[in-house]
Design a protein around this ligand. Structure first.
Ligand code: COA
Ligand code: ZN
Length: 299
């Protein structure tokens, strides 16, 4: 069995939808618990308009604290535009995920840009910040609330436009959790085959209870990095119907038990999830926190 890297995106995707503000110290504790459990890469915030996402208005403060305390850790932040990339870069962050939707309508609703404008801005970011590692998050790859689903050919065509900009990493996102395993197999296998120079990962929402199976199928189709969120929090405020991601603790439990190497301690992750659950009011959907110690069969 091979190594799988779990990329935790809860502090961004999980928290962005929560109305009650979570103070920086509590965000920090969740992140430190995740690091302590063995998670090696965390999307800790986004540099977006605080009017659009009030929960993440502390992006600069949180980033500064994390970079100071953990200078070598793989933190990255979502950015929607040059403004966000500049803010992240000037604080010292050297990795961002740049979000652009395959759906023209969702791209407009989410970041108020056409494809051409988004890709033009991506080019400026890459040209301006040469040592900035940019992963492109392709939102709505598996379906859009406004436009429906796309053919694999249509997906590949858009990935080709992004790949031509010199990007090395892409995350294929099921923003509203409509993918099915057959579709994931087809799109992920085709992407991995068509673009061997790109490192792909998936970002799967669990809206229709298919998060685990879709993530597993993506892994079996050739990806070695998968995004998830502690407690299964998550959702995009600009995509009607979007809800939580695949829960990190559930996913890690499954992968470890199958013999994949994640390097993550599930018990520590469950403790992290319990703490997270105690500080939020919202769509916590992880399963493992509900299992009492004596009920486990010591696997
Ligand atoms: N960080 C902080 N503020 C930003 C910003 C950024 N990256 N980009 C723009 N802004 C601010 C501008 O300063 C301006 O502020 P003001 O109203 O106080 O003057 C305001 O946002 C609008 O700026 P403008 O350049 O006209 O933005 P826009 O309308 O072209 O783009 C976005 C809007 C993209 C900035 C905004 O919709 C956004 O941040 N969306 C969040 C998307 C998101 O996080 N979705 C969920 C994850 S996929
Ligand atoms: Zn998401």
């Amino acid at each position: 069995m091979s190594k799988i890297q779990i990329v935790e995106v809860g502090p961004r995707d999980g928290f962005q939808n929560l109305k009650d503000y979570i103070p920086v110290e509590q965000k920090l504790k969740v992140i430190e618990d995740l690091i302590g459990a063995g998670i090696k890469s965390i999307q800790h915030t986004s540099f977006v308009s605080p009017k659009a996402i009030p929960q993440l208005k502390d992006a600069k403060e949180l980033t500064s604290i994390l970079l100071e305390k953990y200078p070598d850790y793989d933190f990255f932040a979502l950015v929607p535009n040059l403004y966000g990339a500049r803010s992240a870069y000037e604080l010292g962050l050297r990795k961002v995920s740049y979000v652009v939707s395959l759906s023209v309508s969702h791209n407009k609703a989410n970041i108020n840009r056409t494809h051409e404008e988004s890709l033009e801005e991506l080019k400026t970011i890459i040209d301006t910040y040469k040592d900035l590692n940019v992963c492109v998050d392709v939102a709505t790859t598996f379906g859009c609330p406004f436009e429906g689903k796309y053919t694999t050919g249509h997906v590949l065509k858009f990935l080709d436009r992004v790949a031509n900009m010199g990007v090395k990493e892409m995350s294929l996102a099921d923003t509203i959790g409509v993918a099915n395993p057959k579709q994931v197999r087809e799109i992920v296998s085709a992407a991995v085959k068509e673009f061997p120079e790109i490192e792909f990962q998936v970002h799967i929402h669990d809206t229709r209870n298919m998060g685990m199976v879709n993530t597993l199928v993506a892994i079996e189709s050739g990806i070695t990095k998968a995004q998830s969120t502690l407690g299964g929090l998550g959702g995009c405020p600009f995509a009607p119907g979007a809800s939580g991601n695949t829960a990190t603790e559930d996913l890690v439990f499954m992968l470890n038990d199958m013999g994949y190497e994640t390097g993550i301690d599930v018990d520590k992750l469950i403790e992290a999830a319990k703490y997270e659950k105690s500080i939020i009011t919202g769509n916590f959907s992880g399963h493992l926190v509900n299992i009492q110690k004596g009920q486990q069969c010591n696997i």
